[in-house]
Structure formats: C-alpha cells, structure tokens
Design a protein around this ligand. Structure first.
Ligand code: ATP
Ligand code: SF4
Ligand code: MG
Length: 321
C-alpha cells in the first residue's frame, strides 16, 4: 500500500479584516482566521479516509485545498507525488487535475440549471478537449439513472438523483480520487443510504480513493477505513475506523462520540454537544481544546501538544496513553 495523497504541515489562514479605511477609523487590528493549522496525514490508494469534526473545524477547507480550489498558506499537498501549488510541468498538473474530483453537499447548487444533464456531465471532459459522444449516457447508467435522462434539466430530478448526476460528472474524467464533502447530508435519510451504497460500489468497481468529509459518525462508520478528527483546524486524532470507535484516545473524540445523536423513545435527538467551539480568530493558547476539556492541566494552556503515535493511533494530547 502506498499513499496517493500526502499532506504535510498544511496551514490555511484567511484574512477576515474589515476594509482598510474601516480599520483605520475604528482602530481595529487586522483579523486573521486560521482555518487549518499544521495538519499532516496520508491517504492510502484505494481506501476511504474520513475527516470528522464540528462545524467550522476546517474540513471543507482541507478538501478545497486538496483539489486546488484554495491555495495553502503553508505546508504542502502531494497528489501522486505532485504538488499542484509548486509544480511547473503543465502536463503533470493536467494529469493530476483529471485524477482528482470533488462532490459537494448541495447537489442542486453545483449543477447549472440551464444546462442539459448531458452537457453538465461531459463538461469536465469537453473542457480538456476529450471525446464526449455517449459519455453522459454511459455514466448515467453507471450511477443508476437511465441514458434517456441525458436530455433533461437538473430541476426534473429529485435530490438523490441530482447527487447521482454530480457523481456521474465527477467520474467523467476517469479520476482516481474523489473528495466528497458531506455528499449525503442534504438528502432525505431514506435516500442517503442508497447514495452511500452507490459510492461504495463505484469505489470497488473503479478502484477509487475517497476523502470523505462528514459530521455524521454513523455515515463515517459505514464508509471509512481510516478517520481523522479535526478540532479548530487541528488534527487531534487519527486511527483506523475500528480502533477509533473502540478506543478513542483524545478527550475531544470521546466527547464527539458521547454527543453523537441518540434518539429518545419518540425518535427525537437528545444530548447536544457540550460547550461552544471557540473563535478561530483568537484560538485558545496551548491545546485549543483546553477550555472545554474535562482533563485539562496547567501545561495544556501553555503548550500545544505534538502528534504522537500510540499503537495504530496518532493523537495530539499531553495526557493520552
Ligand atoms: N473563504 C473564506 N474566508 C474566510 N473564512 C473562511 C473561508 N472559508 C472558510 N472560512 C472559515 O474557516 C473555518 C473553517 O471553515 P470550513 O468551511 O473549512 O469548516 P467545516 O469543518 O467544513 O464546517 P462545516 O461543518 O460547517 O461545513 C471557519 O471558521 C470558516 O468561517
Ligand atoms: S492536551 Fe490537555 S486540554 Fe488538550 S485534550 Fe489533552 S488533556 Fe485536554
Ligand atoms: Mg464544510
């Protein structure tokens, strides 16, 4: 097994300052938001790596950096050994871009409403000057729709069908890697599992690698081989799925599992997560989790914990053992 994606010390800072004149008048300082902070991990070829974490923890930003939609501030992403941010060989960049695609949460927003499905699906290939005859029809059948759907418009489909169209478009260039950002969280529960099963089948058939972004631990348990847990832009724990679920070592991972939606007798969710996620513009010192951590000691507010290897797990906590 070899790593198809290697992420090293990845950091992304967004400038969220008010305009210059406002800052001058209000004497407000420049505001920098660290969305991703010194994150390193690898994804094995032909596996599913899931990123989990609460809203704002940096999951989508990492996904967008990997596919090249957002440049990193520091650190690097190597896809099949190529760094899109620094590579100068256009042919290599083009090959990697064709090998990696992304699927988004909202399948309607990511489909052009004025285009026929045929053109939507074939667009990534047409843009590179490739042959598109019959391509959309073949892909529609591969994702469980019919070839005749190629002549229709996005509004003629249900949410689940639209996400199938997005998957077909992502497959058009014959990619090896798909970044899936909450691909089923906008769908009805009854449709979610059908789309997830389709994604699993396609992965096996086509030998794909997925980076699977989700805040839903049930979905992650179903899909992932390996899981990374993010907190405020930092990777705090990473382990094979079964290890993480059986023996979470980071206090935040333990809290996530405790807070996972549980249903009461009426099917309502109970147990919301405890505590607020702090501000990413002024993150807590030391371990960013220390204001919420039930185990925090003095050292936690002073020193940022390094990632350490404990068996199959990597964990960033002073006290984990
Ligand atoms: N283009 C941007 N400009 C400024 N801030 C941004 C930008 N994109 C993301 N952020 C900020 O970066 C942080 C991480 O955002 P991101 O979208 O990666 O989180 P997420 O884990 O995907 O959250 P969610 O579960 O809500 O989708 C957030 O604080 C967000 O407000
Ligand atoms: S380093 Fe300290 S504050 Fe952070 S998770 Fe570990 S015990 Fe809690
Ligand atoms: Mg997101």
């Amino acid at each position: 097994m070899s790593a198809i994606i290697r992420i090293e010390h990845l950091t992304r800072i967004f400038d969220v300052s008010k305009p210059w004149l406002n800052r001058l008048i209000e004497r407000a300082p420049r505001a920098l938001l660290t969305a991703v902070s010194d994150v390193s991990f690898e994804i094995e070829e032909n596996s599913v790596y899931a990123l989990v974490g609460e809203s704002g923890s940096g999951k989508s930003t990492i996904g967008k950096i990997i596919v090249g939609l957002v440049p990193p501030s520091q650190g690097s992403v190597l896809i099949e050994g190529v760094d899109l941010a620094t590579e100068s060989d256009a042919a290599k960049i083009d090959a990697v871009r064709a090998d990696i695609q992304m699927i988004f949460q909202d399948p309607y927003a990511s489909l052009n409403p004025r285009w026929r499905v045929r053109d939507i699906i074939a667009e990534p290939v047409a843009a590179r000057g490739g042959a598109t005859t019959g391509l959309a029809e073949k892909l529609l059948e591969q994702v469980g729709l019919s070839a005749a759907d190629a002549g229709k418009y996005p509004h003629e489909f249900s949410g689940g069908q639209r996400q199938r169209i997005c998957i077909a478009r992502a497959l058009a260039s014959g990619p090896k890697i798909i970044v899936c950002d909450e691909p089923t969280s906008a769908l009805d529960v009854s449709v979610q599992s059908q789309v997830l099963n389709l994604m699993s089948d396609l992965r096996e058939e086509l030998g794909l690698t997925y980076l699977f972004i989700s805040h839903d631990l049930t979905v992650v348990h179903h899909m992932a081989d390996r899981i990374g847990v993010l907190y405020l832009g930092r990777l705090v724990e990473e382990a094979p799925r079964d290890t993480l679920f059986a023996d979470p070592k980071h206090p935040y991972t333990q809290m996530l599992f405790d807070a996972a939606p549980r249903m009461d007798a009426f099917g309502r969710e109970v147990d919301p997560p405890k505590g607020e996620i702090p501000d990413a513009i002024n993150p807590p010192s030391g371990c960013a989790f220390h204001p919420r951590c039930p185990l925090a000691i003095d050292r936690c507010s002073r020193e940022r914990p390094e990632m350490r290897r404990l068996g199959d797990t990597r964990v960033a906590c002073h006290l984990a053992e």
